[in-house]
Design a protein around this ligand. Structure first.
Ligand SMILES: CC(C)(COP(=O)(O)OP(=O)(O)OC[C@H]1O[C@@H](n2cnc3c(N)ncnc32)[C@H](O)[C@@H]1OP(=O)(O)O)[C@@H](O)C(=O)NCCC(=O)NCCS
Length: 174
């Protein structure tokens, strides 16, 4: 597979939105907590709030970098690294469902964070996303119990719908 990885640009917004919408819809739905495909629909992703959030990920600064990966002309993955001083935060790490499990996420990871050995790497993740939690555990991350779990609610969802999130940390000492 001939992949190309580059830093993101503001003009990537449309492709970046499609990548997120498709991947969220596939990965994060969960009957038990009532999260269905409609909560990650194209309409939800076109809301001003989410467009602003995605646009902010594409804004590169000294502290924040986003990389995107392409297969020919299709954007199939992304990763964002933010320097938070004492630690790095990992965010926006997605590979389109049909390309998952083929080593693309690992390549993005290496590109963005392999060098970051001197600082811890932290992230938050939906507690029901067990497949990815297990992947991170395999990579050396541990659940960060010092940071309390929290419930995420999107303004675009019905009032009472919320999903538990946890923090994970890869210690620089591990
Ligand atoms: C998490 C994600 C970005 C990883 O990208 P990917 O291209 O699927 O990952 P890779 O193919 O490089 O695999 C990474 C590891 O996970 C394992 N893995 C990936 N898919 C798997 C599957 N379906 N079953 C079992 N293991 C799997 C691989 O064996 C690999 O293990 P290794 O590190 O020991 O080699 C991608 O799967 C994704 O977008 N998932 C849904 C959204 C999500 O949870 N994002 C993270 C938010 S914090």
């Amino acid at each position: 597979m001939k992949l190309s990885i580059r830093l993101a640009k503001k003009s990537d917004l449309v492709a970046y939105t499609i990548l997120h919408q498709k991947t969220f819809q596939d990965a994060y739905t969960n009957k038990k907590i009532g999260l269905t495909k409609k909560h990650f629909s194209k309409k939800v992703f076109s809301s001003l709030r989410i467009q602003d959030y995605l646009r902010s990920n594409l804004t590169l600064t000294k502290k924040q970098k986003t990389w995107v990966v392409f297969l020919k002309s299709e954007m199939i993955g992304s990763i964002t690294r933010t320097d938070k001083g004492k630690e790095y935060e990992l965010r926006g790490f997605y590979v389109l469902p049909k390309y998952q499990g083929r080593g693309i996420g690992k390549q993005l990871w290496k590109h963005a964070l392999n060098f970051a050995k001197r600082k811890d790497i932290t992230l938050d993740i939906y507690a029901h996303q067990l497949k990815t939690i297990n992947m991170y555990k395999k990579w050396g991350f541990k659940i960060d119990r010092k940071k309390k779990a929290f419930y995420r609610h999107w303004a675009e969802w019905p009032k009472r719908l919320k999903a538990k999130c946890i923090y994970m940390r890869l210690s620089s000492k591990s």
